[in-house]
Design a protein around this ligand. Structure first.
Ligand SMILES: [Zn+2]
Length: 74
């Protein structure tokens, strides 16, 4: 994740804590400017929607081997 400090913008940050749930929060800090911040992960699409995944595969946004790995793990 990119550092949100407009005077920095470092390409990597450190995650030093995670709060898991339907929304996952990650407590982060930039190793360059030391700016602390929180990032949030949320589900935005149904990964098991066949039609949506067919579409993603057609436009090259989803590789078939990645899709098959997800199917096998569930
Ligand atoms: Zn920074």
């Amino acid at each position: 994740m990119v550092c949100p400090n407009p005077n920095c913008g470092n390409q990597k940050t450190i995650c030093y804590g995670t709060q898991r749930g339907l929304t996952t929060l990650r407590y982060r800090r930039c190793p360059v400017c030391k700016h602390p911040f929180i990032s949030k992960e949320v589900v935005v699409e149904d990964l098991f929607s066949v039609d949506h995944n067919d579409y993603l595969e057609d436009i090259g946004e989803l590789e078939s081997d990645v899709r098959n790995r997800v199917k096998r793990s569930n």
